[in-house]
Design a protein. Sequence first.
Length: 125
Amino acid sequence: MDFNQGTSSKDINESESILDIQTQADQLLDLTQAMLTTATADDWDAFELLEQQRSAILEMVFSSQAIDESAKLYLTTVIKEIQLIDKAITNLIIEQRDQAAKELRHLRHARESDKAYRIEADNSE
């Protein structure tokens, strides 16, 4: 008995293609959420690896020739979620940058104070 009666191999291939895109979209979302977690934990090495993996999947998704309408809708929803998470990641990076700049200013000030103290100490000898 043929259970695929009335279903062409083209229909099956299109269904598999839709599932592949949805699976890849889910992977993109999972990787993006993991990127937020690693950014929050200041694990920038892991963040970079996750970003590389995400970029590779993004390239595969957008190099797909034919994406049917339901896959496009699903992908659009996932991309909107990714954009929200990316915004949170960007905010974390900005906070980290600002904190690093503050610490650098503090170190420079401490170095200048130390240098002035040493000059004063040398002059008083």
